[in-house]
Design a protein around this ligand. Sequence first.
Ligand code: FES
Length: 162
Amino acid sequence: MSLEFSAESKERIAALLQKYPTKMAATLPVLWIAQEQFGWVSEDAVRLVAATLEVPESHVHGVATFYTMYNKKPVGRLHIQVCTNISCMLCGSDGTLEAFEKRCGLKAGQTNEDFTLQEVECLAACGTAPAVQINDKYYEPVQADDVPALVDRLLAETKEGA
Ligand code: FES
């Protein structure tokens, strides 16, 4: 196996397992820890989670592929998810998505060095539409005019933190 959990991830997993009745029941949060450490859930990460939880790889693979919150491919430094469902669409999400495409230099569904841009279904933030999730934070509402400054700020922040 080519991947290993860091000492910090191992500590988090050990603490998590105290809260679950079985190791299998902790599959979702342990997959999340894997994604946080490795950036995405590769087949090696699936094998690592399965070995850690002592469950079949097929179970972990099934969970990882069922939920869209797990990235099955590498993502850019900023993983931008723009909701274009009905409430957001009525509040201008088409323009928001276009503005991200223009600023990031790619189309929805694509990844480049800095960005992954995705059009997604309802983010459950309909009351403050158009809603956008970037990495693990919500930004709402985000109109087309807000996009360039938001991207510039987050790029600068992630460079500082890199
Ligand atoms: S429709 Fe966009 S957050 Fe619900």
